[in-house]
Design a protein around this ligand. Structure first.
Ligand SMILES: Nc1ncnc2c1ncn2[C@@H]1O[C@H](COP(=O)(O)OP(=O)(O)O)[C@@H](O)[C@H]1O
Ligand SMILES: [Mg+2]
Ligand SMILES: [Zn+2]
Length: 510
């Protein structure tokens, strides 16, 4: 007897459909699985055989062949266990073939017949809906991810027997459901952190507001305890709320990485803060069974590299290209795909190994030591930061004397206006933020009058700026003007943008 079940595999952040055919015929009693399988898929044979037995099914001494197709896609992971078991049961006559039509099945089996969670359920259910499937049978623990896709019925099952009962129609079940509005509302309510908790630091807050508005990467330099980490952690709170589409895209990434933790959808902007001992692969993604890295987990949010000089040089250098392209390309076994990685890079560092340079009362690092420490950040990497600021140590007065501070919500309102200006200006051009402007588009959108032009020229000579610095100043000035809803870039905007450039000049300049 022959049967066919339907399943799917993750490819990049999307899913591809896989059919699982089972054939049972007379002959030597063997169980064979074919179809370009990774080792863990081959091991499905043992899991499925024992799970079937423990679920009370008798497997006759016959020749069982399972084929996963299409043949040109390498099958990885353990999500095929359940569809393989179901295909075998169907070939044995325990389920009618019609029950499998229009039904997509994924799940890992444990030896006792329980169904375990798998990665990538969200993109799989999403693709199944796009392909016109009517229902999905998924692991109970992934039920939330299935429920967020509308237009398809999904059912979470905890065991093989439950899946069989559901398929045969013996047990009537309600499909998984979730209230998305409530989910988004909750996300916007519960959040402890707020910029109003940060006393003073007006200049730093202003720079951060500009950075978030134009999605400029920002580097904060300053002594320990000056509040760099505290400021960074609050950056997502002034970003506009995630749209449903953004949330869906982000959730697909988390689903594939196996980080959904029974949530249905990621509804908050991510803040990822990997430790400096992180490996290159964990940072940008890839690996034997490819997974999105931190830069993709920070998609639509913030990637925070605290203590930047402590990171492995290679790890941060490989970040440069994905930061520019806003995606990571993973190439393997003839196929290649992209993980989205449109994040804002925020980095913090001390100016020297003791942390207190240039305060000579506290720092006795030699100039060479300071240079060597700062030199861990290469010029090309430094060029990725449009904005560089100093976080200054606050004195007691600043910390306790200041009046009430502006809330994140108030700052976010201004950010939203600046974002809107950019969306309208760049409509239809695949540019969303000023930080994405290229030298060519800068010419078009950052036109200067002669007065501003000469101001910039003067700074250029005085500060000994590179061409890259010149472009960065213009992009940042564009954002500063957008915050004021001004189409024209004025001298005031240029001067402020130059300040964010002269700080890295102060530390790294000759
Ligand atoms: N501007 C500030 N307002 C309120 N608390 C502050 C401020 N700056 C620093 N702190 C306090 O000091 C602690 C250390 O700051 P932190 O952000 O860790 O500094 P850094 O990362 O620069 O070493 C914070 O957790 C916070 O309690
Ligand atoms: Mg810190
Ligand atoms: Zn020092």
């Amino acid at each position: 007897m022959f049967s066919k079940a339907y399943s799917a595999a993750v490819h990049g952040i999307d899913a591809v459909m896989i059919s699982v055919e089972a054939d049972i015929s007379d002959g030597l009693p063997i169980f064979d699985m074919v179809g370009y399988l990774a080792s863990e898929v081959k091991e499905a044979r043992e899991r499925v055989r024992i799970a079937l037995k423990n679920a009370g099914y008798h497997i006759p001494a016959k020749r069982i062949t399972v084929n996963l197709s299409p043949a040109d896609i390498r099958k990885e992971g353990t999500a095929f266990d359940l569809p393989v078991a179901i295909a075998i049961l169907t070939a044995l006559g325990h389920l009618p073939q019609e029950d499998l039509k229009g039904t997509l099945i994924v799940g890992e089996l444990s030896l006792n017949g329980n169904v375990n969670k798998v990665n990538g359920v969200l993109p799989i259910v999403y693709e199944a809906k796009e392909r016109g499937y009517e229902r999905c049978i998924i692991p109970k623990e992934n039920a939330g991810e299935g429920a967020v896709v509308s237009g398809i019925r999904t059912y979470g099952v905890a065991s093989l027997s439950e899946a069989v009962e559901l398929l045969s129609g013996r047990a009537s079940r309600k499909e998984e459901a979730i209230d998305l509005d409530t989910l988004f509302e909750q996300a916007n309510q519960e959040d402890g952190m707020d910029f109003c908790e940060v006393a003073g630091q007006r200049a730093a807050k202003r720079a951060i507001e500009i950075a978030v508005s134009g999605l400029h990467n920002i580097l904060m330099i300053g002594p320990p305890g000056s509040g760099k980490t505290m400021l960074a952690k609050r950056i997502p709170t002034i970003m506009p709320e995630l749209s449903f589409e953004e949330s869906m895209e982000l959730s697909k990434i988390y689903s594939i990485a196996g980080l959904m933790n029974q949530q249905a959808l990621i509804v908050r902007r991510p803040f990822r803060s990997p430790h400096h001992t992180i490996t290159t692969t964990a940072l940008i993604g890839g690996g034997r069974i490819p997974k999105p890295g931190e830069i993709s987990l920070a998609h639509h949010g913030v990637l925070f590299l605290d203590e930047l000089p402590e990171f492995q040089k290679n790890a941060i250098e490989v970040l440069r290209q994905p930061l520019e392209e806003k995606a990571v390309t993973v190439a393997r076994l003839g196929a290649s795909y992209q993980y989205p990685a449109s994040c804002m890079l925020v980095a913090a560092m001390n100016p020297c190994s003791c942390g207190y340079y240039p305060d000579r009362n506290r720092c006795d690092c030699s100039i060479n030591m300071v240079k060597r420490y700062l030199g861990r950040i290469s010029q090309p990497l430094l060029d990725r930061f449009d904005i560089c600021i100093e976080a200054l140590q606050m004195n007691y007065q600043d910390l306790h004397g200041g009046g009430p501070q502006e809330s994140s919500q108030e700052i976010r309102k201004r950010v939203e206006i600046a974002r809107q200006m950019q969306l309208e200006r760049y409509r239809g051009q695949k540019i969303y933020f000023n930080s994405q402007l290229t030298p060519k588009t800068i010419k078009k959108y950052c036109r200067l009058n002669s007065a501003e032009q000469s101001l910039l020229e003067e700074a250029f000579v005085k500060l000994n700026l590179s061409a890259r610095a010149y472009h960065r100043i213009l992009k940042v000035a564009r954002t500063i003007a957008d915050l004021e809803q001004s189409e024209r870039i004025t001298s005031k905007h240029i001067s402020e943008a130059i300040c964010y450039r002269s700080i890295d000049q102060k530390y790294w300049g000759e």
